[in-house]
Ligand binder design. Sequence first.
Ligand SMILES: Cc1ncc(C[n+]2csc(CCOP(=O)(O)OP(=O)(O)O)c2C)c(N)n1
Ligand SMILES: [Mg+2]
Length: 283
Amino acid sequence: MAALADTDWFVPAFREFAAMIWRGFSLVDILLYSAGYNEGGAIPDDKHDLPVSVPVASQVPHAVGLGYASQYRESGDVSIVFFGDGATSEGDFHEGMNFAAVLQTPTIFLCQNNHWAISLPREKQSRSRTLAQKGLAYGMPSLQVDGNDILAVYSAVSEAAKRAREGHGPTMIECVTYRLGIHTTADDPSKYRDEDEVKEWEERDPLPRFQNYMIGRKLLSEDDVETMESEIKDEIDQAWNDTEARIEELPGPEMMFDHIYAERPPYLEAQRESARRANGAGR
Ligand SMILES: Cc1ncc(C[n+]2csc(CCOP(=O)(O)OP(=O)(O)O)c2C)c(N)n1
Ligand SMILES: [Mg+2]
């Protein structure tokens, strides 16, 4: 996102928290959303950001539509959409890619190939030698970059954005990376993958790698790192305290019954009341 303008359209999947922080989302909103409160996912009207999209690849056509609108209105805005290796098997991905290439929309398709779609490994996801070649098949410039090299990704996105702004259409960028952590808090990767593979990729973790690069170039000192880490830790602790305070003020699980029926049928009203009481007792 650092390579793009605030007015460009940011279309995330569910793994873009760093990009969201860059775009100005507050930690409290991010934590609130992750704790199950939609209030944390609300986007102010003047922002060119879309909310988190959980249904895999469903965000791809949205980004293409935004690019198409930008082209039609000649606003000069680029749209960028994030998705995973698993998403490249979904219909929405293929429909979006084809539409973008045919209409030459200013759209960047940013694939985070982290080698896993929950428990499904990359080699069982697709027979294609690279994921980037799927973009070539649709007729758009496509490239594979080292996704753990921050500067390589920055450079690839900058070039794609320049092409899009000059009217040369979409680009697909496959960032080759690895999901070091668990997929979600309900996941146990030890059931399906080898610890040695994880260890190998830990060596290529983009954060220490970029930090070492900056220290080597004397752009950052060990002291700076220590100060920043302690400031960030405080910021996170504060954000979590603030999030808990916000949660206290919000309705509990009974809100799942809201916004479904204009007038709630009696049996849902009873369930809602029971959820409200159970939640109150838990607090
Ligand atoms: C349409 C749809 N099918 C299944 C799921 C369940 N699901 C959530 S994430 C995920 C895997 C996604 O893999 P990938 O696209 O590689 O993204 P990653 O999580 O690795 O970043 C699946 C199958 C979903 N959210 N949406
Ligand atoms: Mg993946």
